[in-house]
Design a protein around this ligand. Structure first.
Ligand code: WT7
Length: 643
């Protein structure tokens, strides 16, 4: 498609006012995105239609007819210009240490891994599960999948064997790529043995590729292959597979409000374009900057803002393997000083944790290189905003509170520091990004037009980075995202808009808890805990927590005749959660209760439990419609005893 209008979307004009570009993006989406896609991406064959999207049926296609390869866009074209340019700075767990990996080196390892995968029979469309520590090799494995058209499914290396097994099976992955061990905060995590346990329950897996991180001796079976050894046996070049714009790029599992985690599916061109343009425009990334998103690659933040977005832009991006308090709470800032980081992107929970450790850990180090301070994952409360701005940023930097989700592929609401009409407001991610048209709806699906009224946050126009489906379950995709408010995308979050049109996120309105930046499905957690033999039923809710954002509160009913202390039950339930899900999902509080507030049809009234957990007993409201209203008083009594 030939675009007649030329948009001023080059680096030099990044300061163009947000309002005018935004307006264009909504008025002429085809020209806007078409022009960007032609100019920013390298195509094997140019697309012939920009979009074909229908929010009622959930069919989304971008850049139809286009043929592209994501790894070429992230690697080859930068290598042609300067193979020595640093792609990654790998901030290793070992204090004070980092390694620089150039675009040339990254392309070479990507090609070698791609050739290993091909040799092992992986073809276009096959799924590859990745369970690795944050390392350039992990990124190269993702890019190797992209090179040959395999679909990667990265599983965060903090998930248990059982979680990993479920994800491998759901995706029916034929190959798993892992490492001997991970190392974080000086402690090792036995990744290979976790994979062994997981793969024991997976018929689909034919090969496990094991890379070296610590060099620990790990038992190998005939199914396993040492990755670096295999890489040395194959060629260092690999022709990129020509892929359709809409071929899947990756899936990433995320918790929902019901049942099992779902594999959110993203495709090639639209995702890449959206990740790259947001990385440049939201963060005002300029050539030569050192961009540090310290999220783990196992989450969408790492996919879009450690790997795909920055690499597509030819940026230098930091890969953070360690922990913010290892060896001490100065780690982030010591790194900022050593690597001359210009952009720092973290989660509010980390900021709140560091506030507690004292300002001296920050002030000890030279942070004059910093320009932009970002955060994502939960609401950034005003106190944390202020600390980030004054103590870390010395009131010199811009705070970008970015709102988005695994499903949105990239940032959807955020300030645009470079634009002259973007003024950050504490507690407000603020402005919708290009192409994003938010709408607030009431529970009854009425559009909210008033200012400062909370509603369900929806997005009414398609954007290139939007998820295409839930792997293997399009009906579920529709039920969760498009059927609640027909014709628009429903985020699952509550939000309000101020009189200037700036957005503030108020938190999830479904049964998802955002704790320490992690997304935890209550149903998944309850299902796991209900397998404890002495437990009859459980209900978990989030409650305000000073550091975690939300803490997890578990109400537990024991089976008739069981006598046990809350401490022993809590220990056993924690063991189960660690085994079935991950340690980041452990509840922070347990309470044994005689019953749960349920409607006459048997539905748990979580609203009531949330108020109790938050110590807002006076706001319980009308409980007379409950099957047994007296249970509420009993739970409140037990809760008060606990304090
Ligand atoms: C949920 C998505 C996108 C990467 C991190 C998490 C919450 C995200 C913000 C923010 C308030 C936020 C929402 C959202 N969230 N950013 N700036 N302010 N809440 O990705 O695991 O898919 O979780 O994180 O509740 O729905 P995720």
């Amino acid at each position: 498609m030939a675009s007649e209008v030329s948009y001023p979307l080059q680096l030099s004009s990044v300061s163009e006012s947000h309002a005018s570009l935004y307006e264009e993006s909504l008025k002429h989406p085809e020209q806007f995105w078409g022009d960007l896609a032609s100019r920013r991406l390298r195509w094997t064959k140019k697309f012939d239609q920009v979009m074909d999207c229908d929010m009622r049926t959930g069919q989304f296609k971008w850049f139809l007819g286009g043929v592209i390869n994501v790894s070429v866009n992230c690697l080859d074209r930068h290598v042609e210009e300067n193979a020595d340019k640093p792609a990654f700075i790998w901030e290793k767990d070992e204090p004070g240490t980092h390694e620089v990996i150039s675009y040339g080196q990254l392309l070479e390892s990507t090609c070698r891994i791609a050739n290993v995968l091909k040799r092992e029979g992986v073809k276009k469309g096959d799924r590859v599960a990745i369970y690795m520590p944050a390392s350039p090799l992990l990124a190269a494995t993702m890019l190797a999948c992209a090179r040959i058209g395999a679909i990667h499914s990265v599983v965060f290396a903090g998930f248990s064997a059982e979680s990993l097994m479920n994800r491998i099976n759901d995706a029916s992955a034929s190959v798993v790529v892992t490492a001997d061990e991970a190392v974080r905060g000086g402690k090792t995590i036995p990744l290979k043995s976790i994979v062994d346990e997981a793969v024991g329950g997976c018929q689909c897996v034919q090969r496990v590729l094991v890379s070296r991180r610590t060099g620990a001796h790990v038992p190998m079976t005939p199914r396993d292959l040492q990755l670096e050894q295999a890489m040395s046996e194959v060629s260092d070049s690999c022709a990129p597979e020509p892929l359709d714009s809409e071929d899947p790029l990756f899936m990433l599992y995320t918790s929902g409000s019901t049942g099992k985690p779902k594999g959110i599916l993203h495709t090639q061109a639209g995702y890449l374009l959206y990740a790259s343009i947001t990385q440049q425009y939201v963060f005002d990334y300029r050539p030569g900057d050192v961009y540090a998103c310290v999220a783990d690659i196992g989450w969408i933040t790492g996919h879009s803002y450690v790997v795909y977005g920055p690499l597509c832009n030819g940026a230098t991006t930091v890969l953070f393997e360690t922990h913010p308090t290892y060896p001490d709470p100065g780690r982030y800032w010591e790194m900022v000083q050593r690597l001359k980081v210009t952009h720092f992107y973290t989660a509010p929970t980390a900021i709140r944790m560091l506030i507690r450790k004292g300002d001296e850990w920050v002030k000890k180090y030279d942070r004059s290189s910093l320009r932009i301070l970002g955060c994502v994952g939960e609401p950034l409360n005003k106190e944390a905003w202020k600390w980030y701005n004054t103590v870390v940023g010395e009131e010199r930097c811009t705070i970008v509170d970015t709102y988005w989700q695994t499903e949105t592929g990239g940032i959807t609401i955020a300030p645009r520091p470079a634009a002259d009409d973007s003024q950050p407001k504490p507690g407000f991610p603020s402005l919708p990004f290009f192409g994003i048209l938010p709408q607030l709806r009431s529970e009854n699906d009425e559009v909210i037009t008033e200012s400062n009224v909370q509603g369900h946050l929806c997005i009414t126009k398609p954007w290139p980075g939007m998820a295409r489906t839930i792997y293997g379950n399009h009906q579920n995709f529709m039920d969760v995202y498009y059927n609640p408010h027909p014709g628009v995308y429903f985020t699952g979050d509550g939000a309000l808009r101020d009189e200037n049109g700036l957005y503030r996120i108020t938190g999830r309105v479904d049964d998802i808890i955002m704790s320490k930046g992690h997304r935890i499905g209550t149903a998944e957690l309850e299902c796991a805990m209900n397998t404890e033999p002495r437990v009859a039923e459980t209900a978990v809710v989030g409650y305000p927590h000073e550091i975690y954002g939300e803490g997890i509160y578990a109400f537990v009913i024991l089976k008739d005749g069981v006598v046990a202390s809350v401490e022993t039950i809590a220990e056993d339930l924690k063991t189960i959660v660690r085994k079935k899900i991950a340690s980041f999902a452990l509840p922070n509080q347990f309470l044994i209760v005689p019953g749960l507030p349920k409607t006459r049809s048997g539905k748990i009234m979580r609203r009531i439990l949330r108020k109790i957990a938050a110590d807002r007993h006076e706001e319980l409201g009308d409980v007379s419609t409950l099957a047994d209203p007296s249970v509420v008083e009993k739970i409140v009594q037990e809760h008060n005893l606990l304090k």
